[in-house]
Design a protein. Structure first.
Length: 415
C-alpha cells in the first residue's frame, strides 16, 4: 500500500504547511455543517411548509447527488491542474449555494439549490484529503487525515447545537446563512497559499498515473482493492448520511420534541469526533483494517439499539446514539484514511474522488430508501435494525479489502 513520497516524514512543518492543514480542518468543519444543515432544519421545514416527512427524502439526496459529481470531477481536476486551485473553486461554489438556499420558497427550488451546493461540498473533500496526506509526516499520516476528517463531525455537531438556538430564535433560514458565510474569511488565506505555496504543492502533475486517469485506478494491481473500496464507501456513506439526515425527523416522529431530536443529531456528530480521533491514532499504532472492522461490527449493534431505546426515554436514546457515533462514525473516519493512503500520490485525488463519488451513490440512495420504507409503513425500530445490519456488512467488506491490500503490497514489493 503506497502512502506517499518516501521523504514525507522528513518534511518540516513550516507555516505554509501548517496553514494548509489548518485550512483543511476548518473547511471540513464547515463542510460537515453545510452538508448536515438540511437534516437539522428538516423538522422545521416540515412544520413550516406543512409537508409529509417522507417528502424530505429527495431533498436530502439532492445535495449528496451533487456531491457525487463534485467529488469525481474536482478530484480529477485536482490531480491534473493543482489541488489548491480546485479547492478554492469548490469553496466558492458551496458557499454561494448555501447562502442562496436561505431564500428558497418551494421544495423544487430547495432541491435544486442543495444539488448545486453539493457539487462544491463534494469537490472540496478529495482535494482536502490529498493535500493533508502530502503535508503529514509518514508516522502520523493516519492521525493527520483522521484529524482533518473529524472536522466534518465536529462542524456538524457544533452547528447542530447552534442550529437549535438559531431555528428557535430566527427561523431555519439563518442556519444556511451561517453555513454559507463561514468559509468566506478562509478564501483570502487560500488565495495567499496558492500564490506562495511550495512549488511541489501548486505544480500540475504529469506522470503516467495521472495521464492514465480513471483507468489507472482500475489497472490490474489496484482493481480488487479499488472495487472493494468503492463498495465500502458506498455502504459507509449510505449508513452515515442516512442516519445523520433522518435521525432528527425519525425521533420527532417517535414523539420527541424538535429541540431534543436536533440535540441527538448533534451528539451523533460530536461522538463521531471522539471516535474519529481514536480510530486515527489506533490506525497509526495497529493498522487501520482491524480497527475499522471492530468499530463497524460493534457500531452495528449500537445502531440497532437506537430504535428500541426510544421506548425507554430520551436518556437511553442519547446513550445509544453516542455509542453508535463513537463506533460507526469513528469507523467512517478510518475508511477515509484507507481511501487516502491506498493510492500513490500522483493518483490520490482521482482515486479518493472516485471512492467518495461511489460513496455519494450510497448517500443518495439511503435517504430515498428510508423515505420509501417510511411511506410504506415500515416501523422506525425496524429501520434502525436495517442500519445495524448494514454496519456489520461494512466490517466484512473491510476485511476483504485488507486481503486485497496485502496482495497489492506484495506486487509493489516484488516490483
Amino acid at each position: 500500500m503506497i502512502e506517499g513520497p518516501a521523504n514525507t516524514a522528513s518534511v518540516r512543518l513550516g507555516w505554509r504547511r501548517l496553514s494548509i492543514l489548518a485550512c483543511c480542518l476548518l473547511l471540513t468543519m464547515i463542510d460537515g455543517f453545510d452538508t448536515q444543515a438540511i437534516g437539522f432544519v428538516g423538522p422545521a421545514i416540515v412544520h413550516a411548509w406543512h409537508l409529509p416527512p417522507a417528502s424530505l427524502g429527495p431533498i436530502f439526496s439532492a445535495g449528496l447527488l451533487g456531491a457525487l459529481f463534485g467529488a469525481v470531477g474536482f478530484g480529477r481536476l485536482g490531480d491534473r491542474h493543482g489541488r489548491l486551485i480546485m479547492l478554492v473553486c469548490s469553496v466558492v461554489v458551496f458557499a454561494a449555494g448555501t447562502i442562496l438556499t436561505a431564500w428558497v420558497t418551494s421544495t423544487n427550488t430547495l432541491l435544486v439549490m442543495r444539488f448545486f451546493t453539493g457539487i462544491g461540498l463534494g469537490g472540496a473533500l478529495p482535494n482536502l484529503l490529498a493535500l493533508t496526506a502530502a503535508q503529514a509526516p509518514a508516522h502520523l499520516r493516519s492521525t493527520s487525515i483522521a484529524t482533518v476528517l473529524i472536522g466534518i463531525g465536529l462542524g456538524a455537531g457544533i452547528g447542530g447545537f447552534a442550529s437549535v438556538s438559531l431555528i428557535q430564535a430566527y427561523g431555519w433560514q439563518t442556519v444556511f446563512l451561517m453555513g454559507g458565510l463561514a468559509p468566506l474569511p478562509i478564501l483570502p488565506v487560500l488565495a495567499a497559499l496558492l500564490i506562495y505555496a511550495p512549488p511541489q504543492l501548486s505544480e500540475q502533475s504529469s506522470t503516467s498515473l495521472v495521464r492514465g486517469g480513471f483507468a489507472a485506478v482500475l489497472s490490474r494491481p489496484y482493481r480488487a482493492g479499488t472495487l472493494l473500496l468503492w463498495a465500502v464507501n458506498c455502504c459507509c456513506s449510505m449508513l452515515t448520511y442516512t442516519l445523520a439526515s433522518w435521525l432528527p425527523t425519525l425521533l420527532n416522529e417517535r414523539g420527541f420534541a424538535v429541540h431534543e431530536a436536533v440535540t441527538a443529531a448533534a451528539l451523533l456528530n460530536l461522538g463521531g469526533v471522539l471516535g474519529g480521533i481514536s480510530c486515527g491514532r489506533l490506525s497509526d499504532m495497529r493498522g487501520p483494517y482491524p480497527v475499522i472492522i471492530v468499530a463497524y461490527f460493534l457500531g452495528g449493534i449500537a445502531i440497532a439499539m437506537i430504535g428500541s431505546a426510544t421506548e425507554f426515554g430520551f436518556g437511553a436514546v442519547l446513550a445509544a446514539v453516542f455509542a453508535a457515533a463513537l463506533l460507526a462514525f469513528g469507523g467512517q473516519t478510518g475508511v477515509g484514511v484507507l481511501s487516502t493512503i491506498f493510492y500513490e500520490a500522483p493518483l490520490r485525488s482521482t482515486g479518493v474522488g472516485l471512492a467518495l463519488g461511489f460513496g455519494r451513490v450510497g448517500a443518495v440512495a439511503g435517504p430515498l430508501l428510508i423515505g420509501w420504507l417510511l411511506a410504506g409503513g415500515t416501523g422506525i425500530p425496524t429501520l434502525f435494525l436495517i442500519g445495524g445490519g448494514l454496519a456489520v456488512l461494512i466490517s466484512l467488506l473491510v476485511a476483504a479489502m485488507d486481503y486485497a491490500a496485502r496482495a497489492l503490497r506484495t506486487v509493489q514489493t516484488a516490483a
